[in-house]
Ligand binder design. Structure first.
Ligand SMILES: [Mg+2]
Length: 119
């Protein structure tokens, strides 16, 4: 299964990628921001995206995916430090399937992925 992780922090992308690898997901693509992410969506079955990024932030990226018939049903997990209830509600309203608050444990990531994939 192809997974796209979108984050402007290369350290965070590496952490997410390594965690996914350990969970058995080895086909992981990386993007630095929403514009980069949109260009790499072909065949992607799960998106993990940061909120705060240059060029195109995570919320705008999510809205762009949801307004595109090709990507409107792809599960999206927002991985963010924006833990306030208002922000979380805004993310859900914009089409995020679920969210994870940083910092997170590998177990949390695993549970969220299984939840959004219905496993
Ligand atoms: Mg960021």
């Amino acid at each position: 299964m192809k997974i796209l992780t979108v984050d402007d922090s290369s350290t965070m992308r590496r952490i997410i990628k390594n965690t996914l690898n350990r969970l058995g997901y080895t086909d992981v693509l990386e993007a630095e921001h929403g514009v980069d992410g949109l260009a790499k969506m072909t065949g992607v079955e799960l998106v993990l995206t940061d909120w705060n990024m240059p060029e195109m932030d995570g919320l705008t990226f999510v809205k762009a995916l949801r307004s595109n018939p090709r990507f409107k049903d792809v599960p999206i997990i927002m991985v963010t430090t924006e833990a306030a209830k208002k922000e979380i509600l805004e993310a859900i309203k914009s089409g995020v399937t679920d969210y994870i608050v940083k910092p997170f444990t590998p177990e949390t990531l695993k549970e969220k992925i299984q939840k959004v994939l219905g496993g």
